[in-house]
Design a protein around this ligand. Structure first.
Ligand SMILES: N=C(N)NCCCC[C@H](N)C(=O)O
Ligand SMILES: O=C(O)CCC(=O)C(=O)O
Ligand SMILES: [Fe+2]
Length: 331
């Protein structure tokens, strides 16, 4: 349920970060304040900035720096970690190899997924079996990303606990066989800048979409506004960078679990600046093989009719992956 929001709220999650390992956190007045703010943001906007998250700003910067460095390498270097079906769709894809609703996006990427061991999810997970591809250059690339992914996973787990409380459940309501073994996706994205030689007037960095899972943590360059969020009346509200914060948004699976009370808000990216922009996008997802449907408890809380939607998360993801690439580019 999106509204006519004009701006995106900022939430200081530090009490949740401090107490989020304790399942009794819901009794803490500071945590309850955060939970209230999460509830409001998830109902009204589906997007919020997260501060007080505990991920070192130096690491947030470092992962953007190595991403910039990688995308500045010559094309043949980048192709050393090329994404193909045989790499489990993990690796580098060049500009316009990715498509959104049939239109190629003006972005290049590297995609990473949580490990899928052979046979782990039967035929469902097969296309994602493969190893993540790490560039040799820059040298600190793999170590910084792995540390970053570990911290984002932990932060997301705590935010999800806050959200479970906000929905009137217990802190671990959405764990166990639902989201206790969370899948994750990381997409490092580079959006070329506009220049007289490269005007790209009508080119969209990422077309209108919703994200697929539970929560997304966007770590974007500080000096360029390019991400835009659609409100109920169709206006595009910019997610202007606030240094040191993540932009957090809700994905399709959380919308279903919450019976539509929380919205997976539409967004897009247009880089109108002359500068190259990067974004490190971390996607926190449910268990790969879990069937996601509106939870009875939340149907009651939402006070509306049960949404007629359900999906096995892994199927939803695989369906997207299969339809996201210009196939000829992957040979
Ligand atoms: N992994 C996630 N959620 N990324 C969202 C990407 C959305 C754009 C993609 N080309 C698409 O059309 O879905
Ligand atoms: O570049 C951004 O700021 C957001 C990218 C995005 O929405 C996505 O990849 O899902
Ligand atoms: Fe997105």
């Amino acid at each position: 349920m999106s509204t006519d929001f004009k701006s995106i709220p900022v939430i200081d999650v530090s009490p949740l970060v401090a107490k989020g390992d304790d399942l009794k956190m819901g009794q803490d007045p500071d945590v309850r304040q955060v939970v209230k703010q999460l509830d409001r943001a998830c109902r009204e906007t589906g997007f919020f900035y997260v501060k007080g998250h505990g991920v070192p700003h130096s690491l947030m910067k470092e992962v953007k720096d190595v991403t910039h460095k990688f995308f500045h390498l010559p094309h043949h270097e980048k192709l050393k970690i090329k994404l193909t079906p045989s790499t489990g769709y993990r690796g580098y894809q060049k500009i316009k190899a990715n498509i959104t609703k049939g239109v190629p996006d003006l972005q290049e990427d590297i995609d990473y997924y949580r490990d899928v061991k052979r046979g782990m999810y039967g035929s469902l997970g097969e296309i994602l079996e493969g190893s993540n591809q790490w560039p040799q250059d820059p040298a600190n690339f793999k170590a910084s990303m792995e540390e970053y992914i570990r911290l984002c996973t932990d932060l997301s787990r705590k935010i999800m606990r806050g959200i479970a409380l906000a929905l009137g459940g217990s802190a671990d309501e959405l764990e166990g066989d639902k989201g206790g073994d969370p899948f994750w996706v990381v997409r490092l994205i580079g959006y070329p800048g506009k220049s007289p030689a490269n005007p790209q007037t009508n080119d969209i960095g990422c077309g209108i979409h919703t994200d697929y899972g539970l929560l997304t943590l966007i770590n974007q360059d500080d000096d360029i506004t390019a991400l835009e969020i659609k409100n109920l009346s169709g206006e595009w509200i910019p997610a202007t960078p606030i240094p040191g914060t993540f932009v957090c948004n809700i994905g399709d699976m959380l919308k279903i679990w919450s019976n539509g009370l929380y919205e997976a808000t539409l967004h897009r990216v247009i880089n109108n600046s002359p500068k190259y922009r990067v974004c490190v996008a971390y996607f926190y997802e449910p268990n790969f093989d879990t069937l996601v449907e509106p939870l009875e408890l939340f149907v009651e809380k939402s006070g509306r009719a049960r949404l007629d939607q359900k999906a096995v998360y892994g199927e939803h993801l695989v369906d997207k992956v299969k339809n996201n690439f210009v196939m000829e580019e992957l040979n």
